[in-house]
Design a protein around this ligand. Structure first.
Ligand code: 9Z3
Length: 385
């Protein structure tokens, strides 16, 4: 990998303007200062120890439709990739700052928090009214519990939540800036499924969007319907399936500014930055991953498809050939050939059940190896300077 050389200059004017505008128009989450204090202490502790630290972002972001939010747009992400990756990073010796969507999966507890893996199913009543793990589950549970306790007791894991897209961006900016003292030992692993669109505050309703005109009727005198309202009423009675415009909720979204450039150039100029690219169309995945790398000049894009994301990912990094990482589909004669294939798998060829191994067990060592090279190159450059 040829690491992107950090520039000392601030992000381009346009990116800086977009940043100022976005962060002054969209209010920070109420716990931002508290989170920044926790993050600062955590980062300082590990920076002093000369340890590598990774910021793992995880889960989806909400797009509120109202300031006093009742309704929001969301996405599918459960936080499996982020929570699982965090465990393998801890295993590889990294301190982990886990920035996750509130109530999405968490490292270690994820094994017992699915609807299908409800923690109560793993417990039974023991002697004298005690609660114990079921015999068949106790071994695994003890193993998970020990790892969790060790991470907590050694202060290796800090967990911070966010909810909305703007909460996420405020937190990401603050933490990335705090990571500067780590230099190249800081790693940003951006697995959260971040919304591309949002409702800007100037177009956001303060209160719950109404679905009837009951409120208007209560505040105004009924007036003669306008020509367009009459037309809409007519449409509505025309036994046509279309609904009049006044009854529809038309959501008008702006694109979320792309802050990866600000992250690379300003917020975290020395850290290694890994982003994920999610697509559903296999034909465009690698192209989109390369486009992102080219545009933002960071260090690694991990491409994945919604349908096969637990089976394979592709690493796209500067100066390296694209590298597919796959879980072998056990028992197949053409396994070795399949594992080497240079293009996406056909989702129809995959078994229905989830893979037995976790693909993050292959992703994280590969990322850590690239990170080692990155640190060496950056330290070499510092010595030269
Ligand atoms: C990913 O691609 C993650 O791997 C998934 C994980 C969200 C697919 P789950 O939480 O899913 O395990 O269920 N994350 C990044 C998606 C994303 O928003 N990327 C942006 C983009 O594609 C760029 S940062 O434009």
């Amino acid at each position: 990998m040829i690491p992107h050389t950090p520039s000392e200059s601030p992000p381009s004017n346009l990116a800086a303007l977009a940043e100022d505008h976005y962060f002054s128009a969209n209010p920070p989450p109420k716990d931002l200062q508290k989170h920044m204090k926790l993050a600062k202490d955590f980062i300082e502790f590990h920076s002093k120890a000369g340890r590598r630290l990774v910021l793992v972002t995880s889960g989806g972001t909400t797009v509120p439709l109202e300031k006093q939010t009742v309704r929001f747009i969301d996405n599918f992400s459960a936080g499996t990739r982020g929570a699982t990756s965090a465990e393998y990073f801890l295993e590889a010796g990294y301190a982990v700052l886990f920035l996750h969507r509130q109530f999405s999966l968490l490292p270690y507890s994820r094994h017992y928090s699915h609807a299908t893996d409800c923690f109560l199913d793993f417990l039974r009543e023991g002697p004298n009214g005690s609660v114990v793990a079921r015999d068949e589950d106790a071994g695994k549970m003890l193993n998970v519990l020990r790892k969790y306790r060790e991470a907590r007791d050694k202060n290796m894991l800090l967990v911070l939540p966010f909810v909305s897209i703007s909460d996420y961006l405020h937190e990401l900016r603050g933490i990335a800036q705090l990571m500067k003292p780590l230099g190249p030992k800081g790693l940003l692993y951006l697995a959260a499924a971040v919304s591309d669109f949002f409702v800007p505050p100037e177009r956001m309703s303060e209160h719950k969007i109404q679905s009837t005109d009951a409120v208007e009727a209560f505040s105004k005198k009924p007036s003669k319907p306008s020509a367009s309202e009459e037309e809409e009423t007519f449409d509505n009675f025309d036994s046509s399936p279309s609904v009049p415009r006044s009854k529809r909720l038309v959501v008008d979204l702006d694109p979320v500014p792309k802050f990866l450039k600000n992250l690379v150039e300003g917020w975290s100029p020395e850290g290694m930055i890994v982003s994920f690219k999610l697509e559903t169309d296999p034909k465009i995945l690698v192209h989109k991953a390369k486009y992102s790398l080219d545009r933002y000049q960071h260090h690694l894009v991990i491409g994945n498809l919604l349908s096969t994301r637990k089976w394979e990912v592709v690493f796209v990094s500067p100066g390296n050939p694209d590298k597919w990482i796959r879980i072998p589909q056990g028992g197949k004669l053409d396994d070795a050939k399949e594992a080497e294939k240079d293009e996406p798998l056909d989702p129809k060829s995959l078994p229905e059940q989830e893979p037995e191994a976790e693909i993050e067990s292959l992703i994280i060592p590969a990322v850590a190896e690239l990170h080692t090279k990155y640190i060496k190159t950056m330290e070499g450059k510092k010595l030269e300077a």
